[in-house]
Design a protein around this ligand. Structure first.
Ligand code: ADP
Ligand code: ASP
Ligand code: MG
Length: 422
């Protein structure tokens, strides 16, 4: 809300560029120096620079591993205290690298940068950004390096924004500062029709609409944090996804645009996404009565479990089976809720399937075109995939299948929908 109000008039000051560098882009000293050179070059073109960084390389994973060795279920507050340090390290190191060249630079943690979050440890949302400090430092000629993925809540505690959340810090800063551009630098040259690590025939997209990107990101295309796209769409901030390892153009994420002379979209499907971060829960023998679904999903929501697909199917004797999916990190919280529900509501039992993946096709052009779903199911059948759950929206179709078959099936769908690079 507050971000929106800040979008009021145009700034008459020096234009600001927000750049974000992901973990692999700042993984070691050499890469830090390359990133610093890129930032200084842009600064030299007359922009004020605000740079968001992720933790170096695998630092976040390593911190999580260390915590797990010491505690089976560490308090979320302490996890956030710990994980926020990864980004703070790289911010300080990048600021030093910049200063070393003679360029004044200053690192700020999320809280120092005025990022105010909502208090949900591990998956906090940014409520607003108080930009006074950043603006003051920018006006003194400094390049500002902000630790991504973190904010300060009303209790004065550090919150993290969820894995990949530095993209969201960057988008939010770009909006709050009314930046000219928000550039997300990563280890691939842009957004591809599928993850190029798994589908070598994937093609780089010159542009992709917010809606398509939001679906792709939410469905497992880890190149952008979904909430960064959500924010960008809400405030009309263009995002450019580029490689920090080359000078290619990258992909622009923006409002849907048809090609000149093209009234309706030619291509049906713009991408294939695969998500291995899926758990499938089934509760058997739920009473067929009003209030049962609410008695399951309200406590799941209260426990901050993100539920994705939900299917209810009739069993015998007025009983229902209910299946739903979540991310793997929510397993412990979901199990607690289900055990409590089964004890209180007299359902029979529950089962967890861990070895599953969600495979999706995305495309704004598939609205009201018949046969897209049928074609997808045909390809999955040919690849020997048994479909567990199906969910559709106007611009995507997702299927839960066995995890081992997901990579091959993604490649087959990519080819079948005409996405392969020439
Ligand atoms: P960073 O640390 O820069 O944020 P990430 O690992 O979070 O980098 O995101 C970049 C990765 O996203 C790429 O290396 C690529 O494997 C993966 N990815 C998944 N889907 C896509 C896609 N459709 N296009 C591009 N990259 C994708
Ligand atoms: N370092 C965090 C992660 O690995 C946040 C980020 O990179 O955006 O998820
Ligand atoms: Mg990322």
């Amino acid at each position: 809300m507050i971000l929106k109000n800040k979008l009021g008039g145009k700034r008459d000051k020096v234009p600001i560029i927000v750049q974000k560098y992901g973990g692999s882009s700042v993984a070691d000293a050499e890469r830090m120096k390359r990133v610093a050179a890129r930032i200084i070059e842009k600064h030299g073109q007359g922009f004020q620079m605000v740079v968001v960084v992720s933790a170096m390389g695998d630092v976040t994973d390593d911190l999580i591993e260390t915590a797990k060795r010491l505690s089976a279920s560490p308090p979320q507050r302490e996890m956030d205290m710990l994980l926020a340090t990864g980004e703070q390290q790289s911010a300080a190191l990048l600021a030093m690298t910049l200063c070393e060249t003679g360029q004044p630079a200053l690192s700020l943690s999320g809280p120092q940068a005025g990022v105010i979050s909502d208090g949900v440890f591990g998956k906090a949302r940014i409520r607003r950004i108080e930009t006074e400090r950043i603006r003051k430092e920018l006006d003194e000629g400094k390049i500002i390096v902000v630790a991504g993925f973190q904010g300060l809540d009303d209790n004065g505690d550090v919150n993290t924004l969820g894995r990949g959340g530095s993209d969201t810090t960057a988008a939010a800063l770009a909006i709050a500062l009314q930046a000219e551009a928000c550039e997300i630098f990563t280890d691939v040259s842009g957004v591809y029709t599928a993850d190029p690590r798994f589908v070598p025939r994937a093609r780089k997209l010159d542009s992709v609409s917010y809606d398509e990107m939001l679906e792709m990101a939410s469905l497992g295309a880890g190149v952008l944090h979904p909430r960064s796209v959500e924010l960008a769409k809400q405030f009309g901030m263009k995002l450019t996804v580029r490689s920090s390892f080359n000078n290619e153009e990258g992909t622009v994420v923006r409002e849907e645009q048809n090609m000149p002379g093209e009234l309706e979209k030619e291509s049906l499907v713009c991408g294939v996404a695969k998500d291995l971060d899926v758990l499938k829960f089934t509760i058997f023998g739920v009473k067929d009565a009003p209030g049962q679904a609410a008695a399951i999903f309200s406590p799941l929501a209260a426990a901050q479990v993100n539920v994705d697909m939900i299917v209810q199917s009739g069993a015998a004797n007025h009983l229902q089976d209910i299946s739903f999916t979540t991310g793997k990190a929510d397993k412990g919280k979901a199990v607690k809720v289900l055990e409590c529900f089964i004890a209180n509501a007299g359902a029979e039992r529950y089962k967890i399937e861990e070895n599953v993946a969600k495979l999706s096709i995305v495309g704004a052009g598939m609205i009201s075109r018949p046969g897209v779903a049928a074609k997808m199911f045909g390809v999955l059948a040919e690849t020997g995939c048994n479909i567990n759950i199906i969910s559709t929206s106007e611009i995507k179709i997702s299927c839960i299948i066995e995890a081992e078959k997901a990579a091959a099936a993604a490649g087959a769908l990519h080819t079948a929908f005409g996405l392969d690079a020439q």
